[in-house]
Design a protein around this ligand. Structure first.
Ligand code: URA
Length: 209
């Protein structure tokens, strides 16, 4: 099984529970999703590799550290994943960005990729796949499978809210992928919404309701 990390930090908890409120408008919702993604990125990058580097301060020479491992890329799952990208770029401004979009064919119920554009060296990068809501886990799991087919080898999945069903599916289908969730909610309802949740993340980020 992949490792599952549920964020345990007062700032993240406060911000998530703030935006759950139905009266929070688009501007504030969008800003806070960005901030939560930034804080989660801080946690998800904890194990990045460092290497020694000789530097000179105004006072003396010293052996410092600099990032040395695989370079990073961020891949939002369209459309709601876009809301998390800016926050991650605040922490990792040089990350490359890919995009993936899929829908389920209403006749065959099979996932169909309608858009996918990735950095050409995505096979060598650590790829942070982002989607705010891990509900059934169906589309996230399919997105990870499609990215693997395209050569991506090292992935971490970040979501703001997870349902137990989605966490179980994703960690079973992709035991090689670490999962970071801002909070773990109670359940899914009969429409596939996370409860208590925050509603439709895409609509709330883009103001399309
Ligand atoms: N997608 C959302 O935007 N919200 C949910 O609760 C579940 C899936």
């Amino acid at each position: 099984m992949g490792r599952v990390h549920i964020m345990d930090h007062p700032l993240v908890r406060h911000k998530i529970d703030y935006i759950r409120r139905k009266e929070v408008g688009t501007k504030e919702f969008r800003e806070m999703i960005e901030e939560i993604a930034m804080l989660m990125c801080y946690e998800a990058t904890r194990e990045l590799k460092l290497a020694d580097v000789e530097i000179e301060t105004p006072l003396c020479k010293m052996t410092g550290k600099e990032l040395a491992g695989r370079k990073l890329a961020v891949v939002p799952i369209l459309r709601a994943g876009l809301g998390m990208v800016e926050g991650i770029l605040k922490m990792i401004p040089a990350a490359k960005i890919g995009h993936i979009g899929l829908y389920r064919d209403p006749d065959t119920l099979m996932p169909v990729e309608y858009y996918c554009k990735l950095p050409s060296d995505c096979d060598k990068r650590e790829v942070f796949v982002v989607d705010p809501m891990l509900a059934t886990g169906g589309s996230s799991s399919e997105a990870l499978a499609m990215l693997k087919q395209k050569g991506v080898k090292n992935m971490t999945f970040l979501c703001i809210l997870a349902a137990p069903e989605g966490l179980e599916k994703l960690s079973k289908d992709h035991p090689d992928v670490d999962i970071y969730a801002g909070a773990l909610d109670e359940k899914l309802n009969e429409h596939g919404y996370i409860v208590p949740g925050l509603g439709d993340a895409g609509d709330r980020i883009f103001g399309t309701k």
